[in-house]
Write a protein that binds this ligand. Structure first.
Ligand SMILES: [Zn+2]
Length: 88
């Protein structure tokens, strides 16, 4: 569930990417041959795409969704998770 919307997760054969989010179908597709350690980061990445679509950010003009998702995914979350661990 993301913002009250049920998003299905399907494992499927994907070419050229680890995962993708299909907003019209509310489906996250994960490549069926993903290495174990790539599953959670890929799912997190596609959940960010879903969140951007549901929140409407993806429909803004002059907007690079991939750059924003990667910023949150690879810059913000690692820092956030490190500080959470230190505070515990
Ligand atoms: Zn992406």
């Amino acid at each position: 569930m993301i913002a009250g919307q049920r998003i299905k997760i399907h494992k499927t054969e994907l070419e050229g990417c680890y995962g993708q989010y299909l907003h019209e179908k509310r489906i996250i597709q994960l490549h069926n041959k993903l290495p174990e350690h790539e599953i959670i980061p890929t799912l997190r990445h596609e959940m960010l795409h879903a969140a951007f679509h549901i929140a409407g950010i993806s429909f803004c003009e002059n907007f690079e969704e991939e750059a924003c998702v990667r910023c949150i995914d690879e810059v913000f979350f690692p820092a956030y998770e490190r500080i959470l661990k230190r505070l515990k």
